[in-house]
Design a protein around this ligand. Structure first.
Ligand code: SF4
Length: 302
């Protein structure tokens, strides 16, 4: 069982220092050369608070204008995953995964990426793409879709009202794990299925892969519990490329402790070595145990 967790901290105030740039940018230098060449620091920085960072990013990429809840997006496109899905790329995420496929700009300077869109505009663009391509599935990718809660809920209102589309909520789960009322809000949408993407198999992996407080991993697991408690259809996925099989087995046991079905539904996510991802993990000194080249992704993973 995962332990209890306090209510999410509000932005600003006390607690760990808010970090909006990537503190682990130069992590390999601490190992190889005994110091950060830019700051002269001889120790890696402390982990950042993932909840606080999500809330801070929210202030950069979402905005209320009159009655409209706006969110920043930088692209609308058709994509091949799930057998074909209309995708809106939102900017901004509260984690800093060292294997993330998005550009440095999207990851570190989200307020500069794209434009602000109203939920109705996003829904109609996605529906148009889906209809043109014969897709029934819709998602928000690129960043963390749960950032900008009011916008996401309005977007789901719009998609539910269009009928006939499934919305796949690909989330890191941090904001849902720290606030059960978010899962309750999501439970009223029949179109929704949540896929919670775990960053590694345990707290140690989570810290190594994201640079965030390891407690964030518990929030990810708690998100699954909160979603199930609220009656939201969901399943876990795990970035497994950096973890040995023994850790995967231990993760399955932990998931079973929350709900037996979660362990059975666990989706194994493996690294796709896009050039940008390869450069990023090299910069951090991370070595994947498994990966796929972009042009040779097994059919069953698409
Ligand atoms: S949670 Fe997803 S979008 Fe956010 S940094 Fe990690 S891989 Fe990138």
């Amino acid at each position: 069982m995962e332990g209890p967790r306090d209510a999410p901290p509000k932005g600003g105030g006390g607690g760990p220092k808010l970090i909006l740039c990537n503190p682990w940018r130069n992590a390999p230098f601490f190992k190889r050369r005994g110091g950060d060449p830019h700051t002269g620091a001889t120790r890696p920085p402390r982990p950042y608070d993932p909840v606080r960072r999500h809330l801070a990013i929210e202030g950069l990429v979402s905005k209320r204008e009159g009655s409209a809840e706006l969110r920043r997006y930088y692209r609308f496109r058709a994509d091949r995953w799930y057998g074909g899905i209309a995708t809106a790329d939102a900017s901004g995420c509260g984690l800093l995964c060292k294997f993330c496929w998005t550009s440095d700009r999207a990851l570190y300077r989200p307020a500069e990426m794209g434009d602000l869109y109203a939920p109705g505009d996003v829904a109609s663009r996605l529906a148009r793409i889906a209809d043109c391509r014969g897709f029934r599935q819709i998602r928000v990718s690129g960043g963390e879709p749960t950032i900008g809660r009011a916008h996401l809920l309005r977007l789901l209102d719009e998609i539910d009202s269009l009928k006939g589309y499934a919305f796949i909520l690909e989330t890191n789960g941090i904001l849902i794990g720290c606030d059960a009322s978010y899962a309750e809000d999501l439970s009223k949408y029949k179109c929704l299925h949540a896929r919670v993407s775990l960053k590694g198999c345990d707290e140690e992996d989570f810290f190594a892969l994201t640079g965030a407080d390891p407690e964030g991993f518990r929030l990810q697991l708690r998100a699954l519990g909160n979603l199930l408690d609220a009656g939201v259809e969901c399943h876990p996925a795990v970035m497994a490329s950096f973890s040995p099989p023994s850790k995967l087995e231990a993760l399955a046991d932990r998931l079973r402790g929350i709900d037996r079905g979660l362990a059975n539904a666990l989706e194994i996510e493996e690294l796709i070595l896009y050039d940008r991802v390869a450069a990023r993990i090299k910069r951090y000194g991370l070595k994947p145990l498994t990966f796929h080249m972009p042009g040779r992704i097994p059919r069953e993973l698409i």
